[in-house]
Design a protein around this ligand. Sequence first.
Ligand code: ZN
Length: 164
Amino acid sequence: MLHQTNAGSYSVFSSHGFAEVREHNLSLAKSLHSLDHFYTGDVICKFKAAAILKKPTYLTVQTGLDEHIHLKPEFLKFTNHSCDPTVFFDTSLMQFVALKEIMPGDEFTFFYPSTEWKMAQPFECLCGSDLCLKHIAGAAEMDVEILKRYRLTGFIQQQLAAKL
Ligand SMILES: [Zn+2]
């Protein structure tokens, strides 16, 4: 089934109770969208490590210096980056948390440097937010004053404290 939004048309790639993965019909980019209403601070779901890797890939979330996990549930890997994120991966409590009120249809996005100290693939951000930082790399390479505006994992906070 085709759906039309301001961002263009998309198909539902897969559906997972509170969330669905959408695939944009032109770019084929996938994104994860809420099907429920969440309030700021809500635990949307718990997650686990399906696998633990020593090196990052573009699909892993960092949980320690040489510890990067593949997420379970797996569909959480479709959570894209935004400089104005809607969710946070709390890797201490292993909770996927709402950073703001989220309505059905809203995209789940997180701030990559909030979990990633060094990133496998730094990139130029096109999130379109007024707050867009343009160049996104691991927290190690980002401005500390900018990072302080964001919720960061315990691991990233430790790394920043050790660096200062
Ligand atoms: Zn951005």
